[in-house]
Ligand binder design. Structure first.
Ligand code: HEM
Length: 249
């Protein structure tokens, strides 16, 4: 008996994957419906939708980058205290003392730059394929929220090293927020937790960056992928699969 066969016939495997893998349509659907990790997959996928020209894999790459950022971010949290001036020292320690600390920091930093870039390219791809038209207009709006959350994560992460670049970037950014008509000064106060960039601002940006925004992004991505399925799968480059087809939610 091969290793694979032994694994798929073990009790643990059968407890997780209750349906066999026989290739009937009914079984395919049951396999997907019964598994919490698979329920976002469609039971059947048009081979066209998997072609490079349909998506350029940009949505999937954004998702992988979000995964890398979450994992590397969690590891960075083990070495970081959101307090003044300890935050700055923690980053220096990561850079010069912790083994592979610089590597970890750079993985997080470069993945963050890449995510902003790739999410934006994904938006351009969707626009180019007119995939913002019905029935995908709701998912377009979800996408815009995901883009704003991605930019929010990028901005809040910028303050955390607590160096000159971080300090002045947040000083300038929150001054710009202050220029918003009517609510400007209140918005700046809310973001900074006071009138100046200090300890309170660092704590607020930390909570936003490490808890609130990633949670909102994860929930948004779940809705986004569920919607891709409900709207009839991905729209390929020729638009052959009826971008105007109305599908009941
Ligand atoms: C965290 C950011 C995002 C992630 C992880 C993500 C992920 C994905 C994935 C995996 C797909 C299916 C495959 C593909 O089309 O590449 C998809 C489709 C789609 N995305 Fe996104 N996306 C994000 C941001 C956005 C943004 C910023 C927009 C536009 C404002 C957007 C609009 C759409 C639309 C309309 C579809 C359906 C496309 C179609 O049916 O052809 N997404 N997304």
């Amino acid at each position: 008996m091969s290793m694979l066969q032994r694994l798929t016939e073990s009790r643990v495997w059968r407890a997780l994957v209750r349906q066999g893998v026989s290739a009937t349509n009914r079984n395919r659907i049951l396999l997907v419906m019964d598994n919490v990790f698979l329920h976002l997959h469609s039971a059947k996928t048009r081979s066209r939708n998997l072609e490079l020209s349909s998506t350029y894999f940009l949505g999937a790459i954004s998702l992988v980058l979000f995964g890398i950022l979450t994992l590397s971010g969690l590891l960075l949290m083990l070495y970081y205290h959101p307090s003044v001036p300890q935050a700055y020292h923690d980053m220096k320690e990561l850079q010069f003392v912790v083994s592979n600390g610089l590597f970890l920091r750079n993985i997080h930093r470069w993945s963050a730059h890449a995510m902003v870039f790739i999410v934006f390219l994904h938006l351009l791809r969707v626009f180019y394929h007119k995939a913002y038209l019905p029935p995908r207009e709701f998912n377009w709006v979800v996408g815009v929220i995901l883009l704003l959350l991605t930019l929010g994560l990028s901005y809040t992460g910028y303050l955390l090293p607590w160096d000159q670049l971080a300090f002045w970037a947040v000083a300038v950014g929150t001054n710009m927020a202050e220029a918003t008509p009517l609510i400007g000064p209140k918005l700046r106060y809310l973001l900074l937790g006071g009138n100046a960039v200090g300890e309170n601002a660092l704590l607020r940006f930390y909570v936003l960056h490490c808890a609130l925004l990633p949670l909102a992004l994860a929930m948004g991505v779940a809705v986004h992928l569920w919607r891709v399925r409900k709207d009839g799968g991905v729209q390929g480059s020729s638009g052959r699969y009826g971008s105007r087809r109305q599908v009941k939610p």
